[in-house]
Design a protein around this ligand. Structure first.
Ligand SMILES: Nc1nc2c(ncn2[C@@H]2O[C@H](COP(=O)(O)OP(=O)(O)OP(=O)(O)O)[C@@H](O)[C@H]2O)c(=O)[nH]1
Ligand SMILES: [Mg+2]
Length: 328
């Protein structure tokens, strides 16, 4: 058994062991396989799990012919983070996911055109994010599985249509989320009910097509800024602020990209390790290799707030773009 498996692998392994039905086993195995670092030492392990996966897949497939389908809202996690796009009907959720990712959900002038969620991958400077299009939530009822999907998000993109009474529309969307115990992280207080979920939520105000709409946006913006919301006006149709939207999302997710440099070699700048902002050298080492955090002797760093090749300690805080040479 190779020893260089990340902690997430063991968590996924536990979920696999705890799962019961072929569907649960399939889902847990897919996650487990995605947690195994790809290199020669893990070839055998991955092959074994893939064999198991195809067995459970065929079991759940034959069961599906007689049993009812799994919920469409059960979507496997992929990439460095999960972003769920929500909002009232017709605000442009499917347009956004179709614009920013490889997915092609149906976009339509008619409201209520999306009935099932569609995930896609947004790639931004080496960070891979799973962006999920969802059905509109301007009615009081939303499926429990939809609520679970929202609770599993690292970030919620709340979309508003600037051209359709944006203030009550925004308030109604927030109300639906809050009545399902999903709150913006900015609302967290020390006395918060432990059953409530606090998730970073950012507001994308779509259909700000021309400068003529900017004034309407300012009225909404003033109100939201007062409450502490992070807000960005965009127009998918006119291509306004789309690049800013990607940077805005990454900033709100508070992710940093750190590059590993083997001693005597150039760093691979196409494959960053993605960590939360404020992570330390020790946390980075643990992400590269399970044993590295424990065995780490020293490290050299190139990047922000250091001299080139400066030796740093375990508690050193890393910044986006830093290059690290670990000495074990
Ligand atoms: N004017 C304008 N129209 C837009 C913009 N973005 C999307 N639309 C249009 O708005 C309509 C709805 O877009 P969708 O992406 O299907 O909206 P949705 O939120 O997924 O809608 P539902 O799935 O029904 O909730 C379509 O006709 C889009 O072409 C924009 O920036 N400006
Ligand atoms: Mg849609």
């Amino acid at each position: 058994m190779p020893t260089n498996l990340p902690p997430e692998y063991f968590e996924a392994e536990k979920r696999f062991k705890d799962s019961v039905t072929p569907e649960e086993k399939t889902q847990a195995l897919e996650e487990l396989i995605s947690r195994i670092p790809k290199h020669k030492g893990t070839d055998k392990l991955r092959a074994e799990y893939r064999k198991k996966l195809s067995k459970f897949k065929s079991q759940s497939q034959s069961k599906k012919n007689t049993a009812k389908h799994d919920s469409h809202f059960k979507i496997e996690k992929e990439g460095d983070g999960r972003i769920v796009v929500v909002g009232a009907a017709n605000v442009g959720k499917s347009s956004l996911v179709s614009y920013l990712t490889n997915a092609e959900p149906e976009v339509s002038e008619a409201p209520y055109s999306t009935w099932v969620p569609t995930p896609g991958i947004l790639e931004f400077k080496g960070i891979h994010l799973q962006l999920i299009d969802t059905p509109p939530i301007d009615r009081n009822y939303i499926e429990p599985e939809f609520v679970d999907l929202l609770k599993s998000a690292d970030l919620i993109l709340l979309m508003v249509d600037l051209q359709a009474f944006p203030i009550p529309q925004f308030q109604q969307t927030v109300e639906v989320l809050e009545s399902n115990r999903i709150f913006a992280r900015i609302k967290k207080t020390d006395s918060a009910d432990p059953r409530n979920y606090f998730i970073p939520i950012v507001v994308l105000v779509n259909k700000d097509d021309t400068e003529g709409f900017d004034e309407d946006f300012e009225v909404l913006n003033e109100l939201l800024k007062e409450e502490g919301w992070a807000v960005l006006p965009i127009s998918i149709k006119a291509g306004r602020n789309i690049d800013e939207a990607e940077q805005f999302i990454i900033r709100e997710l508070e992710m940093i990209r750190i590059y590993s440099k083997p001693p005597g070699e150039e760093p691979d700048l196409t494959q960053p390790f993605v960590l939360h902002s404020g992570s330390t050298l020790e946390e980075f080492a643990a992400k590269v290799h399970r044993d590295f955090a424990k065995n780490l002797k020293s490290a050299k760093l190139w990047g922000k707030r250091v001299h080139d090749g400066q030796m740093v300690g375990r508690d050193h805080i890393l910044y986006d773009g830093d290059i690290v040479e670990l000495h074990i």
